[in-house]
Design a protein around this ligand. Structure first.
Ligand code: PFF
Length: 453
């Protein structure tokens, strides 16, 4: 093992391990739970188009920048940005990117864990046989009954947080790669099985029409903002998660190929999940705009018409929990690494302290579906507000700072050496996207979404 592979997060046993870890972070509830439901709420095709453009023109160059900065700094995101900022511009203020990231990741995990808890609850329901034969009415009741029971949601949220801090406290992050190696192909396989099912049994054509008919008039400024925010959320960008993982990527490893593979996987999984879910939605006259409960109310119906219903349901929700788990680890790890490296706390203390805080904050999201369901402000419940604030504002804002740093502050001689997009032209394209398209895109969508334009 070369020394470069040593890290506070564990060790990458190989280059593939890095891809797996970042894919494990990227592929999660964002792809399977969130993408279909926000696509439904925002009217389909036009939203998907804006999301795809944001992924390619803004997400991809920033993903490359985050990996690059992590690899140049070799430390947790706060220390990395402090070191690089000092070296490149004489100020340590750029560490704000890392600090903001720790804050954003913690806020995201607080509600992410609640949704992962729902998925865990569905694992149990499948074992109990409750998902064996559901129709659209009973699927709705099942979901409604689950989230309206505060003790229930509290229990699963707590269990998921425990699972997350357990792994992080032990410092087994790199060990996760072994399970990702098996779980990720399995998840893809199962999604493909469901895709075949939806083509045979569902309304796949209607789903495709819904997802890919690009009528931009249907999209509001808010929709643009959600699409931009989701590009960041789904690729785990803008908060230092990828930077932390990139810190120990060997120098000779192609940055563009890695970033390209991650973007491809992540997007493909989201689109397949979308086709599956909307096929079921249209075949059963369900409401595509029903919100966060969408997959929990549609997938059990799809499973019901498959052989071995409970087994398929069990496998699917276990894999969803696993995907959420590898993402949640990357949400808390930058904060934990910071507490260890900059404050000298032990890994255990850092993880349990930060995890405890996040768990507590998560209670606001736990109760957003029951006790506090009527307590709404700004975007809706606490849950809605945490989601909107982090995904749509904080992540793109973090991404804006990252792309400005990579495009303007970092000396081009360094970035040119790092960005290996096939010669000068490739580098120029990256630089153009990083300097102009990504910052302008983020600022325009911000202003539009906030009603300023
Ligand atoms: N990318 C994850 C998902 O799509 O579920 C969520 C996420 C993980 C967002 C890590 C941000 C992050 F830093």
């Amino acid at each position: 093992m070369s020394e470069q592979n040593q890290s506070i997060h564990g060790q990458w046993s190989s280059r593939l391990a890095f891809i797996l870890a970042v894919s494990g972070s990227a592929v999660g509830l964002g792809n399977i739970w969130k993408f279909p439901y926000i696509t439904g709420v925002n009217g389909g095709g036009a939203f998907v188009l804006v999301y795809l453009v944001c992924i390619l023109a803004i997400g991809l160059p920033i993903l490359m920048s985050e990996i690059m900065l992590g690899r140049l700094g070799h430390k947790n995101p706060i220390a990395t940005m402090k070191i690089l900022g000092k070296r490149e511009s004489g100020t340590t203020k750029w560490s704000v990117i890392g600090i903001l990231g720790v804050f954003t990741g913690s806020l995201i995990l607080s509600y992410y864990s609640v949704v992962a808890g729902w998925a865990m609850n569905y694992v149990l329901l499948s074992v109990q046989g409750s998902l064996a034969s559901v129709d659209s009415d009973s699927a709705g009741q099942l979901f409604g009954g689950m989230v309206s029971n505060p003790i229930n949601v509290f229990f699963w949220h707590s269990l998921f947080m425990l699972l997350t801090v357990f792994i992080v406290a032990k410092g087994l992050i790199s060990g996760i790669e072994k399970s990702i190696r098996i779980l990720m192909p399995l998840l893809i396989f199962l999604l493909l099985v469901l895709l075949v099912f939806s083509v045979i049994n569902g309304e796949a054509l209607a789903a495709l029409r819904f997802l890919f008919s690009f009528n931009l008039d249907a999209l509001t400024g808010d929709g643009f903002l959600v699409a931009l925010g989701h590009a960041f959320f789904t690729l785990s960008l803008g908060m230092g998660a990828v930077m932390a993982y990139g810190a120990y990527l060997p120098k000779n490893f192609s940055l563009s190929k890695t970033a390209g593979a991650i973007v491809f996987f992540d997007t493909a999984i989201a689109l397949v999940a979308g086709i599956v879910i909307f096929s079921v939605v249209f075949a059963n006259d369900l409401d595509p705009t029903q919100g966060p409960g969408l997959i929990f109310q549609t997938l059990p119906i799809a499973f019901s018409s498959l052989p071995l219903t409970s087994v398929v349901a069990f496998l699917f929700f276990i894999l969803l929990v696993a995907a959420a788990w590898t993402s949640s680890i990357s949400l808390i790890e930058p904060g934990v690494a910071w507490l260890i490296e900059d404050f000298g706390f032990s890994r255990k203390t850092s993880t349990y302290a930060l995890g405890g805080l996040i768990w507590l904050l998560g209670l606001l999201s736990v109760f957003s579906f029951n006790h506090l369901a009527d307590f709404t402000f700004w975007q809706g419940t606490w849950f809605d507000n945490f989601d909107f604030l982090t995904a749509n504002l904080l992540l793109p804002f973090g991404g804006l700072l990252i792309t400005v740093f990579a495009g303007y502050i970092l000396s081009p001689s360094i970035s040119e050496e790092e960005i290996d997009l096939g010669g000068k032209l490739g580098y120029r394209i990256w630089l153009f996207l990083s300097r102009y398209i990504a910052p302008a895109g983020i600022i325009i969508i911000f202003l539009d979404g906030l009603g300023v334009l």
